[in-house]
Design a protein around this ligand. Structure first.
Ligand code: SF4
Length: 225
């Protein structure tokens, strides 16, 4: 089990701007531009990025189920498709920490809807930056041989992988070690957290799906890549 804390994120760009523009139909007025800068600084002060992951050996894939040597099983048509051909899997959880949730919740309960939307956009973008960093670190460990590569990442709750599968993800990796737990609806607390998998194996055998969006039918999703 690898746990990484005190992670430094590159927050130098226009974090949250593109996401906010998509939400607001393409334009931001000067007042929103100013708020974006101001709230970015506050968000940076309140994040506490952490990553936890562990590598598991795949025993077999049968039908829609992926069986691991550890005895764990992941179920779903797309997770079995994405991991087919991989020999090992990294199961990961990463989070921006509870400070961000507390801050957004307080701003929302104060009735400041615009500030809530802006901070949500900024932290959603920060979560993407943390995800890229987590992917780089995990791939360094998962790509064991010169002829190996990694699959795309895939998460419970994405198309055709039920949110209930979070339970098995958390059986495999102890999210509480970085302060992440599941609520009764299998949503992660803190809310600004992501869990998922990468598969690793020989380049000519692993699944070639570029990103999970390519197998998702939600054409107008603003998160589409
Ligand atoms: S299109 Fe949207 S909902 Fe579908 S996988 Fe991509 S980000 Fe998720």
């Amino acid at each position: 089990m690898t746990i990484l804390k005190d992670i430094k994120l590159d927050t130098s760009g226009n974090i949250g701007k593109d996401f906010l523009k998509s939400l607001m139909g393409g334009r931001l007025n000067p007042q929103i531009e100013r708020m974006l800068e101001e709230k970015k600084d506050i968000c940076i002060k309140n994040i506490s990025p952490k990553i936890i992951y562990e590598i598991f050996k795949i025993d077999k894939i049968k039908g829609n189920s992926v069986y691991f040597n550890s005895g764990h099983i992941l179920n779903g048509p797309n997770i079995s498709k994405i991991l087919k051909g991989s020999e090992i899997t990294a199961i990961f959880i990463f989070t921006l920490g509870s400070g961000i949730d507390d801050m957004i919740e307080k701003t929302s309960s104060d009735g400041d809807t615009l500030a809530t939307i802006i901070m949500d956009s900024i932290t959603t973008s920060m979560l993407t930056i943390l995800g890229k960093k987590a992917g780089e670190l995990i791939k360094k460990e998962g790509i064991k041989k010169d002829n190996w590569s990694s699959t795309c990442t895939y998460s419970p709750g994405q198309f055709k992988w039920t949110i209930e599968e979070q339970k098995e993800i958390f059986n495999m990796v102890d999210g509480s070690r970085i302060g992440v737990k599941l609520n009764k609806s299998y949503l992660m607390i803190p809310f600004k957290s992501i869990s998922g998998v990468y598969g690793f194996g020989p380049k000519d055998k692993i699944d070639k799906t570029r990103v999970a969006c390519d197998i998702c039918p939600r054409k107008n999703c603003i998160g589409r890549r």
